[in-house]
Design a protein around this ligand. Sequence first.
Ligand code: PGA
Length: 254
Amino acid sequence: MNKDRKLIIAGNWKMNKTVAEAIDLVNGLKRELATVKEVDLVVAPPFTALSEVTRAILDSNIRLGAQNMSEHNFGAYTGEICAAMLKEFSVRYVILGHSERRQYQKESNETIARKALAAHAASLKPIVCIGESLDERKGGQMEQVLETQLRGSLAGFSNDQLEETIIAYEPVWAIGTGVTATTEQAQSAHAFIRRVLASIADEATARRVRIQYGGSVKPSNARELMSQPDVDGALVGGASLEIRSFTEIVKNSI
Ligand code: PGA
C-alpha cells in the first residue's frame, strides 16, 4: 500500500483475558505476525496483564498499549494508574476517551485532553477516540459532534504533540455491534477529521497524523477499509481477542 503514513493496528482487549490467557494470545500473535514490518502493531491488554505481556513481547515487533490512565502524576486517586506506572512496563501507547469510558465513566473532552497532555509529557502516544452516536448521525450532527470532540480532546496540544497523537474514529453505533461503517462513511469521516486537524494546527501536521478506524473491524472488511486514503489503521475490539482474526486483519491490511 502506498501511503505516506504507516498503518497502525491496535487490539483493544477491553476487560478480557486473565494473565494466562493474555500470554497465550500474545505468544500466538508474536508467532503469526513475526515478519510484519509494514504495520505498527499494538496490543492493549488490561492493566493486570501488562507486566507479563511486556515480557512476552520483548524483542518482537509488537508494542504495548494501555486502555486508560490518570491525568494526575501521583497521589490520592484510589484505583487510578498514572503514566509513570505504565512506563515501568514499557507501555508506548495509551487509549484515551474510548466511547465506553465517555459513556460509563462520564469522561469529558476536557478530561481526555488533560490525560493526553499527561501522556505526552511522559512520552506516551495517546490514541484519542472520538465518534458519533446513531442518533447524532441520523440527526445530521456527525460533523459537529466530531469537531467538538476533536477541539475539546486536543485542547492545548502543540503541533508536535498532535503529530505524535493517533486519532481513532469509532462511530459508537459500529462498536461491538457487527455493523461496520461502509468504506465511504469511514473515508468521508476521516477526511473531515483531517480537515479539522488542519484548522487546529496546519495542513502539514494534519497530513502526518494517523487516523484509525474502529468499530466491528474484521478480517472480511479490513482490506477495503485500510485501502481508503485517509484510513491509517484500525482499533480492533472483539476481533483482537483471537489469534486468527487479529492476524488476518493485519495480513489483509498489508
Ligand atoms: P469492536 O470494538 O471491534 O468490538 O467493535 C472496537 C473498539 O471499541 O475499540
